[in-house]
Design a protein around this ligand. Structure first.
Ligand SMILES: O=C(O)/C=C/C(=O)CC(=O)CC(=O)O
Ligand SMILES: [Ca+2]
Ligand SMILES: [Mg+2]
Length: 394
């Protein structure tokens, strides 16, 4: 039953939290199309994570830090490779389990690190002005999102209501958004935290970040366009943010690192050095069964290490379970954009979705974001998908 090759094979081993037939939520690791019950394995004495795997979130293990993450991954690899007979009764088919939000989200920050996305949104939201604002190449722009509305893949998303004002209207009106959109992003899950006042340098990224999830930062473009100045996104993005149920450990992505794009002008010293590398992840956006876009992550201008360095440069602490997302992943081509705002150029150029022509999301639509990554020994890993269906407003 355990498939050690393939996109969820021995080189991957992403973590999640699951329940099965009424058992208490516990940590598991995905192996092929099955889940290995790590909580059960720990209770049976097969692995020792200080009790962390019996917990209903990954946070206890996240807090243990890099040495413990490595030890657990090594032990799981040994169990699967050499001692699989001991795992009888601890493996469940994926179809039989319910996957839960894998970690309790502490603080949630969303960056804006794709130059192509930022230039596209600038052109659409601020026509006539330079597409990038003057600060954009000096620091990774971000905002604090709403941690409490981060939901696991598979959770329906209710169309939000709010204030919208058409450019030609004098006053705003209230009602369901007419421009519901997605943002395909990559999220970084903080493991080891810091003390208030401390900074995380770019070189210390891997001591603090445990792993990666896929993110869909749902966005109501009409609400956003009316509310966002001067303090940034608020209700247009806080109604729901979806994350994949599986957290891919950074340790699985060692073969995925690639040099990040050169930065010009030169960045300040606290943002430079540390290897300056990005991840060669290939994203795919599927809308009602049609793949409409393939955003590449490698060209992102700001790296995850720079984002964490910037996020903590003022001494703001991070905690286990904090989540920071890359920002919308858009490549240079139209069919590489990570939002429908860009894909349909502000709704002006509909795309073909199945038999229909579409601009923004309609009730009943389902969007799934997937990604692959190079793994060790030529393996191709599939990150856990993030999917959701839009429900009518209430
Ligand atoms: O006002 C703007 O330029 C746009 C802001 C955003 O859409 C924020 C956001 O979520 C950034 C991102 O995902 O890249
Ligand atoms: Ca976003
Ligand atoms: Mg959001």
């Amino acid at each position: 039953m355990l498939d050690l090759t393939g996109p969820f094979g021995i080189h991957h081993l992403p973590y999640g939290v699951f329940t099965y037939g009424g058992v208490a939520p516990r940590v598991g690791v995905r192996v092929g199309d099955a889940v290995l019950d790590l909580g059960g394995a720990e209770a049976a004495g097969l692995i020792d994570a200080g009790g962390a795997f019996g917990q209903p979130t990954l946070n206890a293990h996240l807090a243990q830090g890099r040495a413990a993450w490595t030890a657990a991954r090594d032990r799981i690899t040994t169990l699967l490779r050499d001692e699989s007979a001991t795992l009888d009764g601890l493996v469940y088919p994926l179809t039989d389990v319910t996957l839960l939000l894998p970690f309790a989200v502490g603080d949630y920050v969303d960056f804006y690190s794709s130059e192509h996305h930022a230039a596209n949104v600038g052109a659409l939201f601020r026509p006539g002005s330079p597409p990038l604002l003057p600060n954009w190449k000096h620091l990774p722009i971000g905002y604090h999102g709403r941690a409490g509305t981060v939901v696991v893949s598979g959770t329906d998303v209710v169309r939000p209501c709010g204030q919208r004002k058409a450019p030609t209207a004098d006053v705003p009106t209230y009602g369901p958004t007419g421009r519901l959109d997605i943002e395909a992003e990559v999220g970084f899950v903080v493991g080891a935290g810091t003390a208030l006042g401390d900074r995380v340098g770019v070189a210390d990224f891997a001591d603090h970040v445990f792993g990666v999830v896929l993110v869909n930062d749902w966005s109501a473009r009409d609400i956003q366009a009316w509310e966002y100045q001067p303090l940034g996104p608020f209700l247009g993005k806080s109604f729901a943010t979806s994350v994949s149920a599986w957290v891919t450990p950074l340790a699985a992505l060692e073969a995925a690192w690639v040099p990040a794009p050169a930065q010009d002008p030169a960045v300040l010293p606290y943002l430079s050095g540390g290897g300056h590398r990005g991840l060669d992840l290939a994203l795919e956006v599927e809308w009602n069964g049609t793949v409409v876009s393939r955003p590449p992550f490698a060209p992102m201008y700001w790296t995850p290490a720079q984002q964490l360095a910037h996020l903590t440069v003022n001494g703001a602490s991070v905690r286990p379970g904090d989540l920071y997302a890359s920002g919308t992943v858009s490549g240079p081509e139209r069919d590489q954009t990570g939002s429908f705002l860009e894909l349909t150029w502000g709704g002006a150029e509909p795309v073909t979705v199945g038999d229909a022509k579409r601009t923004f999301l309609e009730d009943g639509d389902t969007v799934t974001v997937r990604a692959t990554a190079p793994g060790r020994d030529g393996a191709v890993l599939a990150l856990g998908e993030v999917t959701a269906t839009v429900l009518p407003s209430r």
